[in-house]
Design a protein around this ligand. Structure first.
Ligand SMILES: [Mg+2]
Length: 417
C-alpha cells in the first residue's frame, strides 16, 4: 500500500501578502487581479476577509460592499513562486517524489520514506510544523493511500491541519461528502449525477458502475474507481531507475486544454526548461526524447523516441515532442498535463564535422547558449519566445527556474471537468 500526502497551502496568495506586510495581521486582506479597477477579481483572501463573506472570484466592489475595510494587494506572482519553491524545499527533505498541482498544492509519495521519518501522519505533522515555523505560512495535509483521497483529506480540515484517510475509515469520512468534492467533478458532472439521485461520493461508490458509464462514458468508470479508493495513478514526480539518468519537467495545467495549439505552447515551455538544464548539467546531448500526456481523468500516456542526431536545443526537443504528441494522443479527453524528458546522453565531438546540418545545429546551439547567458544575468523572464508571451499566465511562470508550478488563478474550489 502506498502512502501519499496532499499538501495545500492555506489562503496562499493572501498568506504571502501577509508575510510581506506583517502590519496587516488582523486585518481583512484580499489579493486582486487589478486593485485599481473596481471590477478587478478577488483571487484570494485571508480567513478574516472570508468571515465577512468575501469570496474568491467575485469583483472588488462586491467584496468591498461586504467588507468596507478590506485591504487589497495586487497579485505578485514572483513572490508566490519564491515561497512555493521554499515550501517545496521542505517537501524535498522527506521525498524526491513530488508532483505540483498549481502553485500551492503538491502530492508527495512518501512510501519509501516511512522507515526513516515515521508514519504518513507523522511526516505530515513534521511538514506542517516546518512550513509554519520556517516560512510562516500554513498548510493543510491529507494523508491517504491514493492521490484522490489525499486531496480530499487536505480539504477536510483547514487551516494548519492534518487529516488521515485509511482503507478502514474512508467510508465514514469520505462517503458523506458531496459528489462535487471529488477532484474534477465540476458543475456539469454534478448536474448529471444529481439527475439520477447521486449526491454524495458514497452514492457514486455504491451506484452500479455500468449506470455511471451510461451516464458519463469512460469518465463514469474513473469516478467509480475514485469513490471506492481504487485510484492508482502515480505521483508524477516519481523517480524511476531510468529517470535518475534523465532530465525532465512536467506541468499540470489548471484548466483543460482542447487543442494542439495550446498543447504546443506547453511543450515548448517545458522543452526550454529541459534543454536549459541539460546544457547546464554538462551531460552532453540527448538521444532519447520522451513525452507524457495526462488527460483530465488523470490517465497518463507516454511515448519516446531515439533520434539519430543527439541534441540539446529546445527547438529540436520541442519539434520531436510535437511529433510524439501527434502520434500518441487521440483526443478522447482534453489534456491536463504534459511532461517532456530527455535521456541517453552522449558527449559527442560532432562540432568537428563539416556536415552542413551540423553547422546549422551548432548555430541553434550557440543561440540557445547565448539565451542561457542572458537569462542567468537578467532573470528567466528577460527573454521569452513570442508563443509563450501570448499566454500571459504561462509567461509569468518561471519554469526554467526549476519548478513545475504555474500560477493558478481559478482558486475557487474544484476545477470544472
Ligand atoms: Mg491552497
Amino acid at each position: 500500500m502506498r502512502t501519499i500526502l496532499h499538501s495545500d497551502l492555506n489562503n496562499f496568495y493572501a498568506s504571502v501578502e501577509l508575510l510581506k506586510h506583517p502590519e496587516c495581521k488582523g486585518v481583512p486582506v484580499a489579493v486582486c487581479g487589478n486593485v485599481e479597477d473596481r471590477h478587478g477579481i478577488i483571487l484570494a483572501k485571508n480567513q478574516l476577509a472570508k468571515s465577512f463573506g468575501v469570496k474568491t472570484g467575485e469583483v472588488l466592489w462586491e467584496a468591498k460592499k461586504k467588507c468596507k475595510n478590506l485591504v487589497t494587494f495586487p497579485a505578485d506572482f514572483s513572490s508566490y513562486i519564491k515561497v512555493s519553491e521554499a515550501v517545496r524545499g521542505i517537501y524535498g527533505r522527506f521525498t524526491d517524489n513530488i508532483e505540483s498541482f498549481g502553485i500551492d498544492e503538491c502530492w508527495l509519495d512518501v512510501t519509501d520514506s516511512l522507515k526513516i521519518f515515521g508514519s504518513g501522519e507523522e511526516i505530515a505533522q513534521k511538514i506542517r510544523t516546518a512550513i509554519k515555523e520556517e516560512i510562516g505560512v500554513t498548510v493543510s495535509v491529507g494523508v491517504s493511500y491514493n492521490k484522490i483521497f489525499a486531496k480530499l483529506g487536505s480539504d477536510m480540515k483547514k487551516p494548519d491541519a492534518v487529516t488521515v484517510i485509511t482503507p478502514n475509515n474512508f467510508k465514514q469520512t469520505v462517503w458523506k461528502l458531496p459528489a462535487e468534492d471529488l477532484l474534477y467533478v465540476g458543475k456539469s458532472t454534478k448536474t448529471k449525477l444529481n439527475s439520477i439521485g447521486v449526491h454524495t461520493i458514497g452514492d457514486i461508490a455504491t451506484t452500479d458502475e455500468k449506470v455511471l458509464v451510461g451516464l458519463l462514458g469512460v469518465w463514469g468508470k474513473t469516478l467509480y474507481r475514485f469513490a471506492n479508493g481504487f485510484d492508482d495513478t502515480p505521483v508524477a514526480g516519481k523517480k524511476t531507475e531510468e529517470s535518475v539518468k534523465s532530465i525532465g519537467n512536467s506541468l499540470t495545467d489548471y484548466k483543460d486544454l482542447y487543442n494542439f495549439e495550446e498543447v504546443k505552447t506547453l511543450i515548448l515551455l517545458l522543452s526550454e526548461s529541459v534543454a536549459s538544464r541539460l546544457r547546464e548539467s554538462g551531460l552532453g546531448r540527448a538521444t532519447t526524447i520522451k513525452l507524457s500526456v495526462t488527460d483530465n481523468a488523470l490517465k497518463t500516456y507516454g511515448k519516446q523516441i531515439t533520434i539519430d542526431k543527439p541534441t540539446r536545443t529546445a527547438t529540436d526537443i520541442a519539434k520531436i515532442a510535437y511529433k510524439l504528441f501527434y502520434q500518441l494522443y487521440k483526443w478522447e479527453r482534453p489534456v491536463r498535463g504534459i511532461g517532456v524528458a530527455v535521456s541517453n546522453f552522449t558527449l559527442g565531438t560532432e562540432q568537428l564535422s563539416i556536415d552542413t546540418d551540423i553547422i546549422k545545429d551548432g548555430k541553434k546551439d550557440r543561440l540557445e547558449l547565448a539565451v542561457d547567458g542572458i537569462r542567468k544575468k537578467y532573470g528567466n523572464h528577460s527573454l521569452q519566445r513570442a508563443r509563450i508571451l501570448q499566454d500571459p499566465r504561462l509567461a509569468e511562470t518561471d519554469i526554467i527556474g526549476g519548478h513545475t508550478v504555474n500560477p493558478k488563478t481559478n482558486v475557487c474550489g474544484n476545477d470544472e471537468i
